[in-house]
Design a protein around this ligand. Structure first.
Ligand SMILES: [Zn+2]
Length: 223
């Protein structure tokens, strides 16, 4: 879709969710520029999104930004917004998706690009490139808040399960270590050397060795 197809909604509809006037200044930037939507947040109301710079509502803030002389990179960095968070309302996003699906069906170049993209995703190259690009860049406020919300939403049961899994993994590792250190002693046992003698010589090693089969037996069915 070209930007010309995206039309700002009429001024008469420039009202907030509860019919409030939209031009309430939230704060000002360091150069004194006032802004009208919260830092680190994209305010969406169905099909329209509020512009931080003027407080008006648009189907696509993306298409509206040049009217302020701003580009989206500057806008996202200034207002702490994530790179991939949409600056468009629902209807515009759906329209873009429809147009893209049609182009993918009809245009060879788009098909080739999609296949290349999928290869990047599958090989992990895309994730690596994204991590490299993000290195040294401050985390957007919007992302930081999401991370905190996710951590807060992790239940105590989930945390306990995670601890249990880690403990089991450590026990499995310890058991396999004991099995490895124990195997050279087998020939002497087979040759008739009483286990008791070995225990008398080295009680610690023999004790752990004698415990290990039962430890392995209780753990293996668990995971
Ligand atoms: Zn604006």
């Amino acid at each position: 879709m070209s930007t010309a197809e995206i039309v700002p909604i009429p001024r008469s509809l420039h009202l907030g969710r509860a019919g409030r006037p939209v031009r309430a200044v939230v704060a000002t930037l360091s150069d004194g520029t006032p802004y009208y939507a919260p830092y680190g947040e994209i305010v969406v109301d169905g099909d329209v999104v509020q512009c931080h710079l003027c407080g008006h509502w648009f189907r696509s803030v993306l298409a509206h930004l040049p009217s302020h002389g701003w580009n989206q990179q500057l806008y996202r960095e200034t207002f702490g917004l994530e790179l991939r968070a949409s600056l468009e309302g629902r209807a515009t996003r759906e329209q873009r998706a429809r147009v893209f699906r049609r182009r993918r069906r009809q245009e060879l170049a788009v098909q080739t690009g999609c296949r290349e993209g999928q290869r990047w995703v599958r090989s992990g190259a895309l994730a690596q490139a994204a991590a490299a690009a993000a290195r040294g860049r401050p985390q957007p406020e919007q992302r930081r808040r999401k991370t905190l919300a996710t951590l807060a939403a992790v239940t105590s049961e989930a945390r306990a399960a995670g601890t249990r899994r880690a403990t089991e993994a450590r026990l499995r590792e310890a058991a396999s270590r004991i099995r490895r250190t124990r195997s050279p002693a087998r020939p002497s046992v087979a040759a008739g050397v009483p286990v008791r003698t070995a225990r008398a010589n080295s009680s610690t090693a023999a004790d752990s060795a004698s415990r290990s089969p039962s430890a392995g037996a209780t753990m293996s069915p668990r995971r």
